[in-house]
Design a protein around this ligand. Structure first.
Ligand SMILES: Cc1cc2nc3c(=O)[nH]c(=O)nc-3n(C[C@H](O)[C@H](O)[C@H](O)COP(=O)(O)O)c2cc1C
Length: 353
């Protein structure tokens, strides 16, 4: 299977399959009404500093595509939307491109339309440091995401099934590139155990990419006409849970991108409450860009931001980060999850990170 063909099939099946089947579990989290919020909407600031640059809104169009001229137009439009909104954008994996020296134009177009914004390179954890440097150089990228996707690789016919040595290679990549490195999942989440292992090695930027949105094991199975068992169809840590694991493991100096099935302001507000620095989205943005182009993506993020500001004001918060200190209530499977993991419910109800 050619990489270019695979990129097109990922788009096709991501659009066809949509989100799930499991949920993000943000629905198990509830904000408490604050009857005395004392916030003037004029004082609400959604702009955040991210990687030394200022984003107008605390959002990221997360990794989707690149690598073939057939997707150049998708990346061009996504980049125009990101530039117009003042939000960050990551490209899809550049691993095949830097390995085979092909498809650069479909990535370079992202920097072309967003010369001053935060642009994020993306590669596999199998990349050599030289390949990672080449990916960064291609975009004059501010940072590089290195993705971990064992569940996807397992169900991908042509996937890389040997998962040994990836942590060592992450260290080699980190030592070889001149920009920060974000360790990123692709829709199955990062558990506290792996946050801790990565932190012990000095990693401090994470993109949790939890389950509940785009489902790569399901996409790979569909590409090969295979059925997944219900276990594997719903594999992964729901986004709310991987964020709770982040909340108990990560410290003030760490950076967490929340992603995985975040589609509306309620979920975004809860992601900020659980400790997100920035909220990333892919599958829904892909749908919007294909159906309505740049205008549809811009309108979506503007409306999302208006609604997020409503949450902040009602909860007495002036910035997304302030939501980490507002009280929340956990119910259902998420309350069970907290108990099973031995986390302090009373602490996580009051304060995350
Ligand atoms: C069509 C498509 C292709 C993707 N390709 C990549 C990729 O190359 N590298 C990567 O790190 N993540 C990739 N992702 C995963 C997303 O960046 C994101 O982590 C995941 O889709 C969860 O977010 P979502 O539920 O908002 O889509 C891709 C997502 C989609 C929809």
């Amino acid at each position: 299977m050619k990489r270019a063909q695979r990129k097109l099939e990922h788009i096709k099946y991501a659009l066809e399959l949509g989100d799930g089947p499991k949920s993000t579990h943000f629905e198990d989290i509830r904000f408490l009404h604050n009857c005395l919020p004392e916030v003037n909407p004029a004082d609400i600031i959604l702009s955040v500093e991210f990687l030394g640059k200022q984003l107008c809104l605390p959002f990221l169009i997360d990794a989707i595509t690149g690598g073939t001229d057939a997707v150049l137009d998708v990346n061009a439009k996504l980049s125009q939307a990101a530039a117009q909104l003042g939000i960050a954008m990551a490209v899809g994996s550049q691993y095949g491109a830097v390995r085979d020296k092909i498809g650069y134009a479909s990535y370079e177009v992202v920097r072309k339309y967003n010369p001053d914004g935060v642009v994020i390179a993306n590669t596999s954890a199998l990349a050599t440091p030289e390949q990672a440097c080449e990916a960064v150089k291609m975009l004059n990228a501010d940072v590089i995401e290195v993705h971990l996707n064992p569940a996807q690789e397992l169900f991908m016919g042509e996937g890389d099934k040997d998962f040994q040595g990836l942590l060592d290679n992450l260290l080699r990549i980190r030592d070889g590139v001149e920009v920060p490195i974000i360790v990123k999942e692709t829709g199955c989440g990062i558990a506290a155990e792996e946050y801790a292992r990565l932190k012990a090695q000095g990693f401090s930027y994470f993109d949790c990419a939890g389950a509940g949105g785009t489902n790569f094991p399901a996409i790979e199975a569909a590409r090969y006409g295979k059925e997944l068992t219900s276990d594997f169809a719903g594999w992964g840590l729901p986004t709310a849970w991987t964020m709770l694991d982040g909340a108990v493991t990560l410290k003030a100096g760490d950076t967490l991108i929340a992603s995985g099935g975040i589609r509306n302001a309620s979920q975004a507000a809860k992601a900020f409450a659980l400790g997100a620095d920035v909220v990333g989205m892919s599958g829904n943005v892909l749908r919007l860009i294909q159906a309505g182009g740049v205008d549809a993506v811009v309108a979506y993020f503007e409306e999302l931001s208006n609604q997020l500001a409503n949450y902040l004001q009602l909860l007495g918060a002036k910035a997304p980060k302030d939501l980490r200190k507002v009280p929340v209530i956990y119910s259902g499977e998420t309350a069970n999850y907290i108990a099973n993991r031995g986390y302090e419910l009373s602490v996580l109800s009051k304060n995350r990170r």
